[in-house]
Design a protein around this ligand. Sequence first.
Ligand code: 3HC
Length: 683
Amino acid sequence: MNQVKQIIHNNIGILEIDYPPVNALSQAVRHGLVEGINAFESDNQISAIIIRCANRTFIAGADIKEFGQPPTTPFLPDVVNRIEASTKPVVASLFGTSLGGGFEVALACHYRVAMMDAKVGLPEVNLGLIPGAGGTQRLPRIVGEDKSLEMITGGKHYSAASFVDSHLFDALFESDQDLNERTIAFVEKKLEANDLNVRRVGEQEFLDENYDWQTAIEKIKAKARGKEAPLVAATVLQKTVGKSIADGMAIEREAFLKLRESEQSAALRYAFSAEKQAAKTKLQAEPKTVKEVAVIGAGNMGSGIATAFLSAGFTIHLIEQTQEGLDAGVERVASNFSRNVKSGRMGQAAADDCMSRLVASTRLETVENCELIIEAIFEDIEVKKTLFTDLDKLAQPTAVLATNTSYLDINQIAEVVSDPSRVIGMHFFSPANIMKLLEVVKAERSSDVALATAMAVGKQLKKMSVLVGVCFGFAGNRMYTRYGREIQQMLLEGAGIEQIDKAMASWGMAMGPLAVQDLSGIDIGHNARSAQPFPAHDPGYFRAAAVMVENQRLGRKTGKGFYQYPEGKAVYDQEAANLIREKGLDLGITQRSFTNDEIVERALLALISEGIKLYQEGIVNRLSDIDVIWLHGYGFPRHKGGPIFQAKQLGKEKLAKALTKLRGEQGELIWPPVELGVLDTDD
Ligand code: 3HC
């Protein structure tokens, strides 16, 4: 298919890219652009060239689908250079998201016009890459050192309107204007005035030698937290100061190609595609339209959920039993928005608009107009069943009834409703207005329409929604329990508290697992586990946490937990270490020392083993869904891909050996045999 159309409008040659959905720079698009420039350049009737796009956006970047294959000509750097070298003025016409290679094409054009709300950016670092088609060379020539370093190493999207005071755009159009018409009018006016020239950014001087590169690079390194690409990008900029565009692009290309082969880039590209996959379900129903939502329970969780829905434009009925509890909940929601206003994340008018859609009530009857009702009350199956019995009577018969339970059996809750097919789980993660993960839980009788509705709502909330089945803790918390168990076992075997936290955090986890327990309160997990059948066979089963609770060391809130907090800061505590050591010895566990690598490997093996079991049991639909859950719910480092990506990197042979060894030491109940062959499934 011809992916670049050549259209002639009077004396203007238009190259229109039509490669849905996002006009990525496939080989055919690259070829079409070069061919188009050649054709228009040699056509005497043509005075100027416009590059524009059909579909929903200007070019969103290099074609990610081609990344696994050998590069094919014409290479993108050659394409952008050909555009810049055009002897006739070239104008890029931007809307939607012009990212990566797409933005680099625009930067090579002699003029750029855009819709005010168009987004531009160089998000390559999010894929473990740097811009590879002149982005590190042309953007700094236009916006300077500070802004280009921020954009190239941060990978964020920026609205075109935010560049109103820079030279990036030559014209910006309001949302009610027709971009194609306006672009043609822009070109015609300039041609008429004899003011449309060939202006090559690449021919300008490159950057200031006196800029303080060292300080800038140190800051970027601290922010990157183990990610290679931002640092490589900054170093490329520094190395190319004063160089010609050709020399600079050669240095950029070399670094780009090296990163493309790196494990981090493979992990980040895998994460991108795993997220796209998770959104694809085999549900056989269209989602219901949801406008009004009830959240029952105005505690921390309920208030966070309400905040997330209000931010996404829904009307929310927040319901709590007592006026006092309700007021506290409304206050929590209000302070979430005022924090956003203070930090500049939203304006006061937007915050006021959100609060105006909050309807607070102590009457359960107010659920009557809602298409979706989310229960977020405390974790007690009997109390939840009573609530769902009431909802069955009060809610519209077609309303979707969701529970936010973290551990309870949704099948039991569904039983009390006359139509159990409308009962599902929507498991948010705390704080629900910030954490991206949403587990949409399919109970035995949940209907596709109820599940599709929750998935669609999740998308509107900008959550990363993953469809999972019912089991203790669903996919995420079941794995988290397994991870925590292994951490506990290593403590009892002699690994140090600080050592474990440092090993896991320096590997990339957002926080050390024991510091997390201190933060959330060691008693919370302990009480939840105590309510479950206790696995007496397992001497490591959170016995270190139990010892902390027995000694009133509940974490930060009591000033002591795995650490002590004399001035609010975690400090090593010999007493905690002694208590754990005594427990280990009591349980007859031989004490030994651990290396940091061993700690990380054991923790990962526990996650991998439980993750594969979940897949084998059908709790998740794809292995990669597990990685999406861990990336967005548990602070797993994105540049490490996720537990399953790590399993694939380790390889089946090494995994089998390590798991067999642990099975031999600790038994099959802790390390059950798992089918490693499933790692070959391509999802
Ligand atoms: N290449 C190929 N396919 C792409 C793509 C790309 N660069 N970007 C998005 N797609 C595909 C997605 O996989 C998805 O396909 P599917 O429908 O089969 O699942 C489809 O386009 C729609 O994508 P989204 O569901 O993500 O749609 P959204 O509207 O939510 O987001 C987007 C659109 C903002 C463009 C988002 O997809 C995105 O951020 N894409 C990645 C952009 C990017 O990283 N570009 C830089 C690439 S690297 C590069 O250019 C290197 C260069 O410097 C040499």
